[in-house]
Design a protein around this ligand. Sequence first.
Ligand SMILES: [Zn+2]
Length: 207
Amino acid sequence: MQYKTDITEGKVLCHLCDLLQDSKETTCSQCGEELHQRFTNSLAQTWGYVLAATLFLIPANLLPMMVVTALGNQDGSTIMEGVIYFFAHAEYALGAVIFIASVAVPIFKLSVIYYLLMVVQFKQRKKALGALKLFHIIHIIGKWSMLDIFVVAMMVSMVQFQGLATIETGGAAIAFCAAVIFTIIASEKFDPRLLFDEEIIKKEEEK
Ligand SMILES: [Zn+2]
């Protein structure tokens, strides 16, 4: 299966003014911007950020997300302990939001990015269109990634307002933020046009 791309058609699109021109050109004839057919080092950078995000997910799930001090006792709970706590106390909506935002979505996004990288690396062009749809989905849900941090912040302020206990965010919150940010950068660095290319790495590194 061969797809028509700017490369096969001998064209290059200016990423600044969107003018389509001959791929022999190195700078845009309209705005003077340097022309690239693909993001520079897209694959290497996507791999780097997705691996960093995966590493940060480990402390994000093992360290406490919240540290609660009540009546002089200090108690920390991880993301999953928090989810289990809310389900056990019949707070299903809150438990579900935390589970979706901090467990299901991050794992889904990382899995999709790994899948995209595999489709490109192993030149699985039959899977290119399906992979592109998944890429589109993770872009749509990208804006909800920080939801969990808002939930934690909301609970901290709620509980402190009621004076029940002091709640502080634990180390997991920082690791989780790092994982979310690295996942966003990984998906930004990925060039979806690579999915449709015949020759991948050579063209990508071409300046
Ligand atoms: Zn231009």
